[in-house]
Write a new protein. Structure first.
Length: 247
């Protein structure tokens, strides 16, 4: 995604399952680009508006611009803004999270945005993060699909990566190494339940640590992992992924 913005590729899409950390990546990209003096960044957490006029207003507002009443006027305002940015030596980047929520009309609107260009370069790069159902949603939008210059996908973590993530979070929280918290069978049990989805891992481990504290169990083992999942299931305090795995 950084490559797409640096090279002014026009449109980049990153997809992944629910809970994989797309919003975390979007926030990190915004922080990275906010400190880049060659870029002007707008971040839209979720574009649920249904019309092109409303979407263009949202884009302009995200770039800190005043808006007009009509779609055509807002389109002209945006084009003027992009040209001014180009002349100032800056490249606007529109960072759009929850892209699967876009209406069919605004999928076409984004295609139109990527048409803003000079003879040499795109005037804006749109970086979209979306759930795995986005490819199905854009099947009939040939113009949009043909404009995607960079594609990425977030896959679930493997066991080693999951262990690294848990160890890092423990370290940041002031804890010791994994072996001082987890028995040998605990991490494989966590992985078997969560299938490497980061959000599910965090939810389960949080409940597991609390359970260990309440029971004064210093080393968390596979039996406590299963007991914690059973309790979460009974209390209906588990994310969708855990519910599916439980079935």
């Amino acid at each position: 995604m950084r490559y797409a913005a640096d090279q002014k590729r026009g449109l980049a899409v990153l997809t992944g399952p629910v809970g994989m950390g797309k919003t975390t990546i979007a926030n990190q990209l915004q922080v990275t680009w906010d400190s880049d003096t060659t870029k002007t960044v707008a971040f839209i957490p979720s574009a649920t508006v249904r019309t092109a006029a409303a979407f263009l207003r949202l884009v302009l507002e995200s770039f800190g611009m005043e808006t007009a009443r009509t779609e055509s006027d807002n389109r002209r305002l945006l084009e003027r803004f992009l040209l001014d940015q180009y002349q100032a030596g800056k490249h606007p980047v529109l960072l759009l999270d929850e892209g699967q929520n876009l209406s069919s009309i605004n999928i076409n609107t984004i295609s139109d945005l990527t048409n803003f260009q000079t003879a040499q370069t795109k005037l804006i790069t749109v970086v979209m993060l979306a759930q795995d159902n986005l490819p199905k949603k854009i099947e009939r939008h040939d113009a949009f699909r043909s404009r995607i210059a960079v594609v990425g996908r977030l896959d679930p973590l493997n066991l080693e990566e999951m262990s690294g993530m848990i160890g890092h979070r423990l370290k940041v929280a002031g804890g010791g190494p994994l072996s001082s918290f987890f028995a040998d069978d605990a991490l494989p049990a966590i992985y078997g339940i969560t299938k490497g989805i980061p959000r599910d891992i965090c939810v389960l481990c949080d409940a597991l640590l609390v359970n260990g504290y309440v029971r004064d169990q210093r080393i968390l083992d596979g039996a406590l992992v299963q007991r914690t999942l059973n309790e979460m299931s009974r209390e209906k305090k588990w994310p969708v992924q855990l519910r599916e795995n439980r079935k």
